[in-house]
Design a binder for this molecule. Structure first.
Ligand code: PDD
Length: 284
């Protein structure tokens, strides 16, 4: 499949196998860059203005001048999607500080590296959504700028691997006794029919589905509160869910092997999943 995949690198569209980056790229050397993951449904980008705005925020937070205008980003994303036959895709955008002699301080006068690719989006199967997923709990040992969608993902990679080693799909991380997020998703709990999520501060990535959750809850007639959430509240929740661009919304069946609520996906998940599908159908 990779030979058919056309990617973008520094102004050029070319086959994935031909896209090469110099080893002194600061993304390779330091993980010095940021990224985005944008879902595409039926050939149309979902929540693109939100993803574009977060990309701009991430660039600003690490002091990289945005190498492209909003229109240029939009065109690039559309060109990439149009090159591929898949109805549902996800676009990966990646910007690093560029290629320079190895020195931790920012280089001067160096152009950022811009890489983008689109891949088929394989959504979780109905069987997975009906069974719910396993997650494990972990201490959050990452840095304190998790709000930046940084390509330096070692903490997230190790957390995800710990989950995989335990036969789980995701983890729930805790810092100082409070829930933060998964390795690559945001976490939601349900208590007494209300939905709760962590406050999007420097300790978590503000997923595009955090803003979306507000709309989904309104659509489904549910109350949503973002506030600090204790580990004990998570373990005692009626329902727990994860959200991300590639998972949409998934119910958690077990945490550390113990059932969440009844151990089956609950009614709040069902209502939010239905609201998600309505939002997708509206293409907004
Ligand atoms: N990850 N938190 C982290 C640490 C993430 O990496 C992600 C997304 C999210 C959810 O954000 P959104 O709703 O915008 O997808 C939260 C992407 C999908 C990834 O790294 O592949």
């Amino acid at each position: 499949m990779s030979s058919e995949q056309i990617v973008y690198l520094n102004g050029e569209l070319l086959p994935l196998d031909e896209a090469k980056v110099p080893v002194l790229d600061r993304g390779f050397i330091f993980g010095d860059g940021i990224y985005e993951v944008v879902p595409v449904y039926g050939g149309r980008v979902f929540r693109w203005p939100h993803h574009h705005a977060r990309l701009e925020r991430s660039l600003k937070k690490i002091g990289i001048d945005n190498p492209m205008t909003a229109d240029e980003w939009t065109r690039l994303v559309q060109d990439l999607i149009a090159r591929h036959p898949w109805t549902d895709q996800f676009v990966y955008l990646h910007i690093t500080r560029g290629v320079a002699k190895r020195d931790h301080a920012f280089p001067k006068g160096v152009a950022p590296t811009v890489f983008a690719m689109s891949s088929p989006l394989t959504l979780p199967t109905q069987a997975v959504r009906e069974a719910g997923i396993d997650v494990i709990t972990l201490p959050d040992v990452r840095w304190l700028h998790c709000d930046i969608k940084s390509i330096s993902l070692l903490g997230n990679v190790l957390a995800r691997q710990a989950a995989a080693d335990a036969g789980a799909l995701e983890c729930i991380q805790f810092r100082d006794g409070f829930m933060t997020e998964g390795s690559s998703s945001n976490i939601w709990i349900v208590r007494g029919g209300q939905v709760f999520g962590a406050v999007p501060d420097n300790r978590i990535l503000e997923g595009i589905r955090v803003g979306l959750m507000d709309e989904l809850c309104r659509d489904a007639g549910l109350a949503l509160t973002l506030r600090p959430i204790l580990r004990e509240e998570v373990l005692a929740a009626d329902e727990v869910m994860v959200t991300s661009a590639t998972k949409e919304i998934l119910p958690v069946a077990r945490i550390d092997g113990k059932p969440v609520g009844t151990g089956r996906p609950g009614p709040v998940y069902a209502a939010l999943y239905a609201a998600y599908q309505r939002a997708k159908a509206r293409h907004d």
